[in-house]
Design a protein around this ligand. Sequence first.
Ligand code: AMP
Length: 282
Amino acid sequence: MDCITSPDLLRQQCRAWRKQGLTIALVPTMGFLHAGHMSLLDHARLRADKLVVSVFVNPTQFGPAEDLDRYPRDLEHDLALAEAHGAALVFAPDPAAMYHPDHGTWIEVPELGQRLCGASRPIHFRGVCTVVAKLLNLVRPDVAVFGEKDWQQLAILRRMVRDLNMDVELVGRPIFREADGLAMSSRNVYLTPEERAKAPAIHEGLELVRREVRGGVIDAEALTLIFREHLADKLPGARIDYASFVHPESLAPVTRVAAPTLMAVAVFVGNVRLIDNMLLEV
Ligand code: AMP
């Protein structure tokens, strides 16, 4: 397995593969890989001849007060995991190689990008769309695989690919969880042992809401209250950034769970912002 840091070399290698008639799958990540990422790699590996994994903590998707500098990194470990899960190549560029000093072109999907996480992270999805478009342009993969943990991100990227006629299939994979239900995330390492022990309450709250919906409670306000009360009880001190019921594709808020609805939440546990979601079927 090769590790490439130069965008030009990445493009050359992928072009050579395509000339040989080989198909390519891309899994974009910010590294500090865990079993959730591996579930994407394992699926992607089955979808194409060559698997490319990018490891890039993309500075343009972090706001000024966010955790860019302290985002966890461990490239050596990432390389070992990627190789063990069948990657042909890891692309791990420096920010300077990805962004010219006068970089000035951005992709935005404002309608979807301002909702949910976008309300408290106004430039986040502009950075995500732009870096994913750059990666798609460099690799030109047949398929790119993303996690449903970042449901909003996937919805926005699907819209971008559709709107800009990009020639790639986007695949979403289910949320991979710890044994106690906490959604795996590179940011979980920031949690103190006490916070970590209580953090599964977020997923429990989503499960509780799912049971209530099955039991006939469909009013979004009532369901939100049930979620809030559960967290106040099981994860005291946590601050809910949002707990929202939205249409799974448009991300527009809904007041009743009368059709498949996404419940999406973002919760600050101490200083750590955790996201999770659940698709509620009716
Ligand atoms: P990140 O490194 O956090 O930017 O994530 C890279 C990709 O892995 C994104 O498509 C995420 O949605 C996905 N991902 C992260 N955590 C999980 C998880 N627990 N289950 C499934 N996919 C995940």
